[in-house]
Design a protein around this ligand. Structure first.
Ligand SMILES: NC(=O)c1ccc[n+]([C@@H]2O[C@H](COP(=O)([O-])OP(=O)(O)OC[C@H]3O[C@@H](n4cnc5c(N)ncnc54)[C@H](OP(=O)(O)O)[C@@H]3O)[C@@H](O)[C@H]2O)c1
Length: 252
């Protein structure tokens, strides 16, 4: 059975990525949706009655969720055409301040879970399959006050580039997507809204537009997709200037 897996499908960018995948991957017979909130995933699946869905209400910060996914895959032995690693979180706080759990949550979800899900899924992917990893403009250089978040996203981008080379010979394409700020529950969950001049000043990306661009880029075989000219320019600047200089201006 041809399937697609989308993590963090219950809200924000993930919901839009799912809608794009449904539209642009017509051969996929079943979409597997991962997030903690079962009700939201079921409501989303019900709103798209033309396609088949499997709801996997997993907390990807828990070790047993990897076992559950491993078993689901082993039982179905699917032909995984598209994997979207979108579930992620970002907290605004200096290290050493606020709850420890916020800092470790970002590492557990953005780094550990993304790595584990990809590792478990790859044996089920063949030529032509696509992996979309949601990174961020935060991956371009460290962002003080979101140091852990930007470090986790640097990992996502670096992981995507390395993996892309590893799986090229198998005909699998990996795309890292680097959006700027989006007005989703990410901002409230991460205590960012109303507390960051940078987030108030930067231009925003629309989740639907990011999702459309991301899925198109993956289908084209692009390794990195950065929405909006402003952030494409920022990516080039961050490549050219030493990070010791950049980091003076990238406080969140
Ligand atoms: N919003 C921004 O400004 C921004 C900018 C650049 C990049 N990004 C990246 O874009 C991606 C999507 O973020 P978003 O803005 O759409 O945020 P969002 O609206 O908060 O959505 C996050 C998604 O991840 C799921 N999730 C959270 N913790 C989870 C866990 N432990 N296990 C499984 N699923 C979990 C959430 O569902 P449940 O709560 O139901 O689990 C939800 O579906 C993230 O990787 C984020 O880092 C966001």
């Amino acid at each position: 059975m041809k399937i697609a897996i989308v993590s963090g499908a219950s809200a924000g960018l993930g919901e839009e990525l799912l809608k794009q995948a449904v539209m642009r991957f017509p051969s996929v017979e079943e979409f597997w949706l991962i997030a903690r909130n079962r009700e939201k995933l079921e409501a989303l699946a019900a709103s798209l009655p033309e396609r088949r869905f499997r709801v996997l209400p997993l907390d990807l910060c828990r070790e047993d969720s990897f076992e559950a996914l491993r078993e689901e895959l082993a039982q179905e032995k699917p032909d995984l055409r598209l994997l979207v690693n979108n579930a992620g979180c970002g907290y605004l706080a200096n290290i050493g301040e606020g709850p420890l759990g916020d800092q470790t949550h970002m590492v557990d979800l953005n780094v550990r879970a993304m790595t584990a899900v990809t590792h478990l899924c790859l044996p089920y992917m063949k030529t032509g399959a696509r992996i979309i990893n949601i990174s961020s403009i935060a991956s371009f250089c460290p962002n003080p006050r979101m140091t852990v978040y930007s470090s986790t996203k640097a990992y996502v981008s670096s992981f995507s580039r390395g993996l892309s080379e590893e799986v090229k010979a198998r005909g699998i394409v990996v795309t890292a997507v680097c959006p700027g700020p989006m007005d989703t529950s990410f901002l409230t969950a991460g205590h960012i809204k109303g507390r960051s001049k940078t987030f108030e000043t930067l231009p925003y990306c629309k989740p639907a537009a990011v999702a459309e661009g991301a899925v198109r880029a993956a289908i084209r075989g692009q390794a990195v997709y950065t929405p909006r000219a402003f952030f494409k320019f920022y990516r080039v600047v961050a490549k050219l200037l030493p990070s010791a200089v950049m980091v003076k201006a990238t406080r969140t």
